[in-house]
Structures are given as C-alpha cells and as structure tokens.
Design a binder for this molecule. Sequence first.
Ligand code: C2E
Ligand code: SIN
Ligand code: SIN
Ligand code: FE
Ligand code: FE
Length: 343
Amino acid sequence: MKVIVIDDTRINLTLIQHLLKRLDDAESLLFEQSTEALQWCSDNDPDLVIVDYMMPAPNGLQFIEQFRADPRHQDIPVLMVTANNDKDVRYQALDLGANDFLTKPIDNKEFLARVRNMLLLRRSQKALNDRATWLAEEVHKATLEIKRSERETILKLTRAAEFRDPETGAHIQRMALYSQLIAAQLGWDQAQQELLLAAAPMHDVGKVGIPDHILLKPGRLDEAEMVIMRKHAIYGHDILADSRSPLLQMGAVIALTHHEKFDGTGYPQQLKGNGIPQVGRIVAIADVFDALMSERPYKKPWPYEQAIEFLQSQRGLHFDPDCLDAFMTKLDEVNAIRSQLKD
Ligand code: C2E
Ligand code: SIN
Ligand code: SIN
Ligand code: FE
Ligand code: FE
C-alpha cells in the first residue's frame, strides 16, 4: 500500500515515516512540497494520503480539493494532520473530502490505529472494485458465449433445411450479406445490422415443409404446385415464431414477409408498401437478386446486367424504392461479396 505524506517540516515527515515502518505492507513516499505531491498524483494513485494543513500554498485544504478533482482519486482515503483544533478548518476539510484527522503532536498509538483503519478501508475498496470488474467480465464472456451458441444453433437449423433444398449455403451467406449492406445504407445501427445478418439465413427454413416432388422439381412449377410452395413463408414463420430471442423473432418476420411485394401482389398476406416490415422489404431484394444470379433446378443463372435491369424494373412494384436505391448504391460491395462467395 502506497502512503504519501505531505508536510513542509522535514522532522514531521521523518517521524511519520518512522511510524509507518511498523506497518507490514505500507510503503511511504514523502513530499516537502505539496506541488510536487500533486505532480506525482497526476500519474500515480496512492492508497492513502496523509497531508499537513499548514503549508505554503497549496495548503492542506487546497491540496485535498485539487487531489479530489481527479475522478480516479475520489475514493482514496485522506487523513489531514492539523496543529490547531479549529473546528472551521476541520469542517472545510470534511467538505472537501478528508476522511479523518490527526492532531499534532502526533500520538503514536492513535496514528497507527487510524492509518490501519484507512488502509483496511482502502483494501476492501480495491477488493470490491476487482470483484466488480471480474464479475462484469464474466457476465460479458457468458453473454458472448450464449450469443455464439444461439447463432451456431441457428446455423445448424438452416444447414438441416439445406439438406433438402437445392439452394446452397453460399446463396444463404450472400443474401444475408446483401441484406446487411442495404440495412447499413439505410442507417441501421451496428447491433441491428448484425441481428439481420444472422436472421436473414432463416428466410427459407419453411421449405423443410414442402414435399420433395415440388421442392426438387427440375422444371417449372404449375400453379397448384406454386400454391403449395408459397406455404414455405408461413411454415418458416410457424417454426420460428413465439420465441423470446430477438434473433428468432426477426427470423420469423423475415420468413413470413420476404415474398411480399411493395405493390401488394406478393404472398402470403398481400401486405403493401410500408405495411410490409422493413426487414421483409430488404431481404426480398437480396433474395431475388441472388436467386436470379444463381442456377436453380428450374432455371439458368441470369446475366448480371439483366438481373440489375429486372430489379430496377420492379422499383415500386415488387421492391421498396428506398431499399432498392440503397442496394444500387452498394453494387461495388455486392460484387465484392459475389466474387468472394462463389457457389
Ligand atoms: P428461389 O429460387 O430462392 O427464388 C426466390 C425468389 O426469387 C422467387 O420467389 C422469385 O421472386 C425470384 N426468382 C427466382 N428465379 C426467378 C426467375 O427466373 N424469374 C423471376 N422473375 N424471378 C425469379 P418465388 O417466385 O416466390 O419462389 C419461391 C421459391 O419457390 C423459389 O425460391 C424456389 O425455391 C421455388 N420455385 C419458384 N418457382 C419455381 C419453379 O418453377 N420450379 C421449381 N422447382 N421451384 C420453383
Ligand atoms: C414463379 O413464380 O414461377 C417463380 C419465379 C419466376 O421464375 O418468375
Ligand atoms: C411471381 O410473380 O410469382 C413470380 C415472379 C416474382 O416473384 O417476381
Ligand atoms: Fe422464400
Ligand atoms: Fe432464398
């Protein structure tokens, strides 16, 4: 424990230093000038301050005031040594943050008792702080671990769906990244963007409920088959809904609304315009763009220019104009993602 002693009289310093040697773990630092002590305190944290009242400026009161002004020094115990029994000085010292007093001439027994008490206080303060810091770190680690395992569980859930779905994992990663790009351009905060990045891959989990002869059909679906296929939006929602997890909640909304169209001609609820949750409007663009650019059992990949043209032609029809403009602003990044995540 570092004890700093500030007194303009050398003999007092020597006396106190001598007394402090009787304490096991107190290391003393002596200052004859209070300015030097303040200087030292600007780079260091003592565990106890013993300061004389009567000194050339800054005197004991001024010293305490300046010492306490540093937020790091708000809890460090301060003992003031004073020759006079002037109550006013003591009251002022208390107001400025002194914790206790010693009267000159110093009584050895009393001095040691007070210093021990103050150091005990300081030690438990430090232990409490350490414990609070440790606890906060543990909570942080545990929270990260829960988040990580939630994301992993969701990844595995989407992997299970992929076993049956001809769509590849790369499609899912790309469309999630495109969704995030759009959200970023729309000004979403980082946490919401990350939620979207993790939730978008769940958009088609409901396809696990679609029979193979439809899901895996090599050619075009007829209208009756399409009616069944469209149920994947509701199935996905039903799988993910009613969770307390914000991630699964967002996944449920995305599953339900990613095939709605801005003009109200989508499915399953024929929602229109801003009546479609924004995540649904965002994911719709990311999903369709990537589906167009991909090979499917029922179609060849489209050329890039044609896909972009198609998206533009659907501005305000299939797609929310604002979300589409956001996507178009980010085409450089979209292409970077495309070249990094090939099928
Ligand atoms: P998906 O293949 O991931 O396609 C997602 C969405 O991208 C489609 O939603 C559609 O809006 C758009 N899309 C994909 N390919 C084309 C295309 O060649 N032309 C145009 N204009 N849009 C395209 P949609 O139509 O609701 O389909 C949902 C899912 O149903 C598709 O997901 C796919 O799994 C399946 N599906 C749709 N049509 C057929 C089909 O003719 N044959 C088969 N086997 N599956 C189909
Ligand atoms: C469909 O509705 O037939 C699937 C998407 C498309 O190819 O237009
Ligand atoms: C459809 O209108 O159902 C197929 C084309 C599209 O979803 O954009
Ligand atoms: Fe879908
Ligand atoms: Fe998809």
